[in-house]
Write a protein that binds this ligand. Structure first.
Ligand SMILES: Cc1ncc(COP(=O)(O)O)c(C=O)c1O
Length: 401
């Protein structure tokens, strides 16, 4: 069941769509869908043709770095338990803040919850880009929401290109920050980086934090922390405990499969949390607070998701390699394959084959970001890839297979 194209996003988000049993999306979810939307016609610039639930189900969803397996039973049960407080404003919440604090060995005053870590990235922007002259310094490409939000509040971003091997340019970030010290509100790094999946090693992180002016707030986005499988990496939470002005962002959307339920948090020194609280806008529901507590404790399920993700990711990378396409080594639940031709039309071709894959990440416009899905979804991706690249004809066959 389709809505006519001219149905506006506002109307779509209203009751009409809901009562028709259609997919309803919050603004941030819409933004995620817009990632798919940016994949070309029929929708452009954040507007897309709404689709029925059945149509939505028919896609292999490899475009938003979600957890395709969904929450484990322990988390589902905890959320059902939390639902009984759905009629309350204040209620027992499983002690989620204390549980997070204990998990990281910090105090509750060092923890701030958000309706997804995306909300908290915005809060950091609002807090530290508090005048139009202020800028965020960060790598490019990286998770763009921080830069987009800077633009939306009329601040700016100083983007430091990735190195030739797609790693983040630590000396470049230090240099850019020092050169613009007065205007820089904070530095943003994503570790592992989205979209490349590359890590900042623990040694590099120390170099970065030691090299930046010591009062410079640094937002370290660890959304994909749980998928990392190398000893060269470590969480940067200890820097918060040391008292550095470091803000660690974590999410329950990835390893814990709660993207639709919206829960994230930051760990930061108390004085930064106090400043940030003034800008918090979202609210967190009772069910996900209980779900979050259960997720933190269900380490077995997280380990399983990590293992399955790595296995499927490496299989896909190997398969693509056998076809002649190299991927960037990734430590996330996604990877980028070099497709040797412009990505935008390829994304649309995949979409026609009912496979959603990641949006373009300029300037890496010949790389396709693929989120890890179920074995079935990855098989659909592999089939679609062969079909799309077969249609490239002789030239594609020569350079590709
Ligand atoms: C690097 C990174 N940070 C933050 C987020 C936001 O996640 P959420 O708002 O669902 O917690 C995402 C989502 O894809 C992400 O990739």
């Amino acid at each position: 069941m389709d809505f006519p194209r001219e149905v506006t996003r506002r109307r779509f988000l209203g009751g009409a769509a809901a009562t028709a049993g259609l997919l309803t999306l919050s603004p941030s979810e819409l933004a995620l869908w817009a990632q798919g939307t940016a994949q070309g016609a029929p929708a452009q610039q954040g507007q897309r043709r709404p689709m029925s639930e059945a149509e939505w189900d028919s896609f292999a969803k490899l475009s938003s770095n979600e957890n395709c397996w969904g929450p484990p039973d322990s988390v589902m049960q905890a959320m059902v338990h939390g639902l009984k407080y759905g009629n309350r404003y204040g209620y027992p919440d499983g002690n989620i803040v204390q549980e997070i604090a204990d998990h990281h060995g910090v105090k509750t005053e060092n923890v701030m919850l958000g309706a997804g870590s995306g909300e908290l990235l915005d809060v950091v922007g609002l807090t530290f880009l508090d005048s139009p002259t202020k800028k965020v310094v960060g790598s490019d490409p990286s998770y763009g929401s921080v830069y987009a939000q800077a633009t939306s509040i009329k601040a700016d971003a100083i983007k430091v290109p990735l190195l030739a091997d797609y790693r983040q340019d630590i000396p470049g970030l230090i240099k850019a920050t020092k050169a613009h010290y007065r205007e820089t509100g904070f530095v943003y790094v994503c570790n592992p980086n989205n979209p490349t999946g590359q890590i900042i090693t623990k040694r590099e992180m120390k170099t970065l934090l030691d090299g930046l002016p010591e009062d410079m707030p640094v937002l370290i986005d660890e959304a994909y922390h749980h998928f990392v499988n190398t000893d060269d990496y470590a969480t940067s939470v200890p820097y918060v405990i040391e008292g550095r002005p470091v803000i660690i962002a974590r999410t329950f959307s990835k390893i814990a499969a709660l993207a639709g339920m919206r829960l994230g948090y930051v760990i930061a020194p108390r004085e930064l949390i106090v400043k940030m609280r003034n800008y918090q806008t979202g609210t967190i529901n009772a069910a996900v607070k209980w779900g979050g507590v259960a997720a933190l404790k269900d380490t077995a399920s997280m380990a399983k998701v990590k293992a399955m993700t790595i296995d499927l990711r490496e299989k896909a990378i190997k398969d693509l390699k056998s076809l002649g396409y190299d991927s960037i080594p990734s430590e996330g639940n996604f990877f980028m394959v070099h497709i040797k031709r412009p990505v935008q039309p390829v994304i649309e071709e995949f979409r026609q084959k009912k496979v959603l894959v990641g949006r373009p990440f300029p300037p890496m416009l010949e790389h396709l970001r693929v989120s890890v899905g179920t074995a079935d979804e990855m098989a659909r991706f592999a089939t679609a890839f062969r079909e799309v690249f077969r249609t490239a004809g002789a030239a594609g066959a020569k350079s590709g297979a």
